[in-house]
Design a protein around this ligand. Structure first.
Ligand SMILES: Nc1ncnc2c1ncn2[C@@H]1O[C@H](COP(=O)(O)OP(=O)(O)OP(=O)(O)O)[C@@H](O)[C@H]1O
Ligand code: SF4
Ligand SMILES: [Mg+2]
Length: 417
């Protein structure tokens, strides 16, 4: 059995209307039947465009939102059914790191107080002295000096604040950490440091991560398995290498094709799939395959009427498409030829911005690489100096703190692409 198993998880938010009496007039189908497994010690990356339900899914695992249907099983226990007090105890084992470190840290508490709060609540450490020692050792692990204890969140840069957010999760000795857009509010060089830190901590402490991101490169760096979400459901899931080497679902193909390749020869020849039309509203999702309103291969026969199951198609892929095999073999005709452009050398194609292109990541790896880079290779590409106090300029620190967009603590719904 996997450490974390989600089975048919649905989170539907009621839409209420009425002056005197609230009437439910519909639902936002934010998460609509997600099943996935996360193995101990692995990283599961969750990608998809803004509003597809990534944060809601992460929050449902921690029961920060009510689960409408389905089960979330951690180490054999179904969290969806746990009564409040037991769930509170289980929450120690599941921690979340938020996109905006400043918004999720109380500005009136110093770092010691922020980090000890959860420890006291969960009975970790027999007294404050013991807790302080533990906090110091965790601060050391995340690259912050022990004199950070008496300081306040506003005294740190964005990257340092994210380290504090990670430390706050770590002091509770969790099994699984859900990182919701952990680096998207940070400056690019700091993003790399935080990702390296997550990677190192995983190796040292045997942590299991679910990393939510709209940035495909960030997810690729650290994920063993990647799940692609579209309008509340998983449309494809595969080991990271397989997904990047050969995406099978038309939506994943479009996402991948929007990632520029640093090699000009490969960049000139690669195929681009341009999605037409807007992302439909999760309050009124399309019938059948939810992607059929934008899919370049949508077929008249089944696509608009029959919802595809996420099914194994070999090579480690699970794909929710009736015609995945035919698309892969080239047997299926395009039904929206204008939505696809093969960019050939020397030919300029004028492209209108699309939602898919807004997914272009800020940290890039060659898309023709078929293997997940090992930790050493990643580090070579990424700066590794810890952004500890004193080793950054005031300008850089100010830039980071500016970059951190305000977000309500724990809500985690920023991260737009
Ligand atoms: N509490 C809520 N009540 C009603 N609707 C909600 C609530 N929280 C989220 N939603 C809606 O659910 C959908 C999914 O939102 P969610 O924040 O999970 O998306 P996301 O994939 O994390 O997007 P982003 O990349 O922008 O963070 C959105 O349409 C959002 O408006
Ligand atoms: S089921 Fe049909 S509409 Fe959906 S992704 Fe496959 S081909 Fe496209
Ligand atoms: Mg989100």
């Amino acid at each position: 059995m996997s450490l974390l198993e989600l089975d048919g998880v649905k989170v539907h938010f009621p839409i209420k209307k009425g002056v005197f009496v609230d009437r439910t007039v519909g639902h936002v189908y934010a998460v609509d039947g997600v099943s996935l497994k996360v193995e101990a010690g692995e990283t599961y990356g969750l990608v998809g465009e803004s509003g597809c339900g990534k944060t809601t899914l992460g929050r449902s695992v921690l029961r920060l939102v009510d689960i409408t249907e389905g089960s979330v099983v951690l180490d054999g226990t179904d969290l969806a059914k746990l009564p409040g007090e037991e769930m509170r105890r289980f929450r120690r084992r599941l921690q979340m790191v938020f996109q905006d470190p400043l918004g999720s840290l109380n500005p009136r508490q110093n770092i010691e107080s922020i980090l000890s709060e959860g420890m006291v609540a969960h009975g970790i450490g027999k007294d404050q002295e013991e807790r302080r020692e533990k906090i110091k050792s965790i601060l050391d692990k995340v690259g912050l000096p022990s004199n950070a204890l008496a300081r306040y969140p506003h005294e740190f840069s964005g990257g340092q604040r994210q380290r504090i957010g990670i430390a706050r999760a770590l002091v509770l000795e969790p099994d699984v950490i859900i990182c919701d857009e952990p680096v998207s509010a940070l400056d690019v060089s700091v993003q790399a440091q935080v990702i390296n830190l997550l990677d190192d901590l995983q190796e040292e402490l045997g942590l299991t991560y679910v990393v939510i991101a709209h940035d495909l490169a960030v997810v690729r760096h650290i994920s063993d398995t990647i799940g692609v979400m579209y309008l509340g459901s998983l449309v494809e899931e595969a080991p990271s290498d397989a997904l990047y080497a050969e995406p099978k679902h038309p939506y994943t193909k479009a996402l991948m094709s929007a990632v520029p390749v640093p090699d000009p020869e490969v960049e000139d020849k690669r195929e681009r799939i341009l999605l037409t039309g807007d992302l439909p509203s999760p309050a009124n999702p399309p019938s059948g395959c939810r992607f059929h309103t934008r899919c370049p291969w949508a077929q008249a026969s089944r696509c608009a009427t029959e919802r595809p199951e996420l099914r194994e198609i070999g090579g480690g892929h699970r794909v929710a498409c009736h015609f995945a095999e035919e698309i892969a073999s080239g047997a299926l005709e395009l039904t929206r030829p204008t939505g696809i452009e093969a960019v050939t050398a020397g030919e300029d194609v004028v492209v209108e911005p699309t939602v898919a292109e807004a997914e272009v990541p800020s940290v890039l790896l060659p898309a023709d690489s078929t293997t997940k880079p090992d930790a050493a290779a990643v580090k070579e590409k990424m700066p590794t100096a810890a952004d500890a106090p004193g080793d950054r300029t005031a300008d850089a620190a100010a830039k980071d703190s500016d970059a951190a967009a305000p977000e309500e603590s724990g809500k985690g719904s920023g991260g737009t692409v």
